[in-house]
Design a protein around this ligand. Structure first.
Ligand SMILES: Cc1cc2nc3c(=O)[nH]c(=O)nc-3n(C[C@H](O)[C@H](O)[C@H](O)COP(=O)(O)OP(=O)(O)OC[C@H]3O[C@@H](n4cnc5c(N)ncnc54)[C@H](O)[C@@H]3O)c2cc1C
Length: 398
């Protein structure tokens, strides 16, 4: 996969070359969200000298707007490769989080409490129970059993799935932790530096990016620009169907804890954090890149939360915010390479599950960069599917 500087990849006059970083291969990562950061971290471990660019400040988009659920069970509604990918990431999460904490000294606030997926209607109960035959770490609890675990839940609950392995992290602390770990690795982070265009050499290989400050070149480029990814590949002839899906959230705080587990029902979840706050989320809206929060929407979210956990009404209001998930048409990420753009690794379109999928994505990116043999089937995530092809099989290991 590594494409050492080819004879024809001559930089344009005035371009600033990627700094000489010894004998190590170089990687440019576009996007400093959780996916770009985890990719840079794993590439750094694999021996790459990394430069990470963000159009804004560090991790200010979807990755810090998230609730932090590691919802490998709760988010997936059918068995298949994506369920397996989510579970693979969940399986390595705790060790990965500890490794990050050791590397950078900042805790990600991993909380090993599970999720209760509560049914409020008979239809919802029916649909949830139908998932049980294929789910790996789930059991059905009656209303009585649920109330024994979480006594403040509404007595109107009909029962629910108990998902003890779907833990959580704090996305803001995860972002800080990744940044500290990258600093220790020597990764160059360039904030307020948008990649405006991918550069290709005369063989068609991607060999860098253009920025307002000049061109940057590297042995490989990782596209991790979240909801903003699509325009960068269009000039290469690949229109990625990635679009922003707005989520509005609220944060509240109580003096005494109301719940230990994350509680989740149709259209609303409440995630208790270690500082006594709760994240209540989240809407799903296709509103372009508009990040405004709206009173009526937030009020609707609050009503759903109060129906699930009535005493949330007594909580102190803390804040509200929105984030733009990188949505895709088939709700699957673009993870892999594309035969028509050697030198480019795609790690984008993680939609509702980017926090969960960060460790496995970083490891896949590093494996692709090293050209290692596959252990996970990446065909469902092939970037080429956007152009109607499944793309070329590239060896990879995990
Ligand atoms: C309200 C909400 C709740 C969520 N809850 C959860 C959850 O509980 N669990 C979970 O797993 N997931 C959750 N998600 C989804 C998760 O946040 C996303 O899947 C994940 O953050 C995507 O990460 P990313 O790095 O691809 O994107 P982003 O975090 O959006 O990062 C992309 C980065 O690329 C930068 N960028 C864009 N274009 C360029 C360019 N041209 N040049 C340089 N930089 C560029 C952007 O500035 C940005 O920093 C939630 C999302 C939202 C909005």
């Amino acid at each position: 996969m590594i494409n050492p500087s080819s004879a024809c990849s001559i930089p344009s006059p005035g371009s600033s070359l990627t700094p000489i970083r010894g004998d190590r291969p170089t990687a440019l990562i576009i996007g400093g969200g959780v996916i770009g950061a985890s990719s840079a971290y794993e590439l750094g471990k694999a021996g790459f000298a990394c430069t990470l660019l963000d159009k804004g400040g560090w991790s200010q988009e979807a990755s810090t707007a998230a609730a932090g659920m590691l919802g490998a069970q709760v988010e997936i509604h059918q068995p298949g490769p994506f369920y397996d990918l989510c579970r693979a990431s969940l399986a390595i999460y705790r060790g990965w989080a500890e490794e990050l904490e050791d590397a950078g000294g900042i805790p990600v606030q991993y909380i090993p409490e599970g999720i209760v997926r509560a049914a409020m209607t008979a239809d919802d109960e029916h649909e949830l129970r139908s998932r049980l035959p294929w789910m790996q770490d789930a059991s059905w609890l009656t209303a009585e059993e649920l109330l024994r675990i979480e006594s403040e839940l509404s007595p109107g609950i009909l029962g629910g799935l108990h998902l003890p392995e779907d833990h959580q992290v704090h996305p803001v602390w995860l972002a800080k932790s990744l940044r500290a770990a990258l600093a220790r690795q020597g990764c160059l982070v360039r904030e307020w530096t948008p990649a405006t265009r991918l550069l290709t050499d005369c063989t068609g290989s991607v060999c860098g990016v253009a920025t307002p400050e000049g061109e940057l070149r590297a042995d490989l480029v990782v596209l991790a620009a979240g909801a903003w990814s699509s325009p960068l590949t269009e000039p290469l002839g690949l229109k990625l169907p990635i679009f922003p899906v707005k989520g509005q959230c609220i944060s509240v705080r109580t003096d005494a804890p109301l719940i230990r587990s994350t509680v989740f029902t149709k259209g609303c979840y409440i995630v208790p954090k270690s500082d006594g706050s709760y994240i209540i989320g989240a809407t799903q809206e296709q509103a372009g890149f508009d990040k405004r929060a709206h009173v009526s929407t937030i009020a609707g979210l609050y009503e759903k939360a109060a129906a699930l956990l009535p005493r949330i009404a007594d909580a102190e209001f803390v804040s509200t915010w929105t984030g733009l998930r990188p949505g895709t048409e088939d709700e699957l990420p673009f993870l892999g390479t594309w035969e028509h753009a050697p030198g480019l690794i795609f790690a984008t379109g993680h939609y509702r599950n980017g926090i969960l999928l960060a460790p496995v994505t970083g490891k896949v990116v590093a494996s692709l960069a090293l050209g290692a043999a596959p252990e996970l089937d990446l065909a469902p995530y092939a970037p080429g599917r956007a152009a109607g092809s499944r793309g070329q099989e590239i060896p990879l290991t995990l």
